[in-house]
Design a protein around this ligand. Structure first.
Ligand code: GLN
Length: 196
């Protein structure tokens, strides 16, 4: 079986936790900061953190266009929380100058859960993942306000969409990398492997 090389966008956010989770899910994982490093990976994880900062640093490091190009070209990408925001085709409650990469035909509302509740955990039934619900850690989390025809909802919480997939692009409002349960990362690694 081919072992994919998966990058973790290392501009800002919880990079280390994703590197560990990807390695546990049998991928070769490495941080990606520069355009040259992006060319060396089969797929990319965009971590949780602060999407406004990530957007700024992506511009500063000359990564915005290279990232957009690879997403457009079909590179598999998985975004958690701030990473989900980066993958939204349309963003609500973002900063005025905030850039996203796009990739999923969805409207994401930034800090949607955060207003009521800074941080919480919940059991999430995830379509396509076996072995019972996954533990969802939500930290000032976004939710998906609506999805277009090409996007598939994989999980909801409290009536709100919290996991979406469109083709090779996956996004969750929550942080599986903080739980020690690597099933969502394994699901993504399988997606990547299927395309190699
Ligand atoms: N609220 C953050 C943002 O806007 C996301 C928080 C997170 O990634 N845990 O990017």
């Amino acid at each position: 079986m081919t072992t994919p090389t998966i990058g973790v966008l290392a501009l800002q956010g919880d990079v280390r936790e994703h590197l560990i989770a990807l390695a546990a899910a049998d991928a070769v994982a490495r941080p990606v900061r520069r355009p040259e490093e992006l060319t060396e990976v089969d797929a990319l994880v965009i971590p949780g953190g602060e999407s406004t900062t990530m957007s700024k640093l992506a511009v500063l490091f000359g990564m915005l266009e290279p990232l957009r190009e690879r997403v457009r070209a079909g590179m598999p990408v998985y975004g958690t929380c701030a990473g989900m925001i980066m993958l939204a085709n349309k963003l609500l409650d973002g900063r005025e100058d905030q850039e996203t990469l796009g990739g999923i035909d969805m409207i994401v509302r930034r800090n949607a859960f955060g207003r009521q509740n800074e941080s919480f955990e919940a059991k999430i039934d995830f379509a396509g993942i076996e072995g019972g619900p996954v533990e969802g850690v939500f930290i000032r989390a976004p939710w998906v306000e609506s999805v277009g025809g090409g996007a598939e909802v994989l999980a909801t919480y409290d009536g709100h969409t919290v996991a979406v997939r469109q083709g090779n692009v996956l996004a969750t409002s929550f942080h599986p990398e903080l739980t020690g349960d690597d099933r969502v990362h394994a699901y993504f690694v399988d997606m990547v492997r299927a395309g190699l």
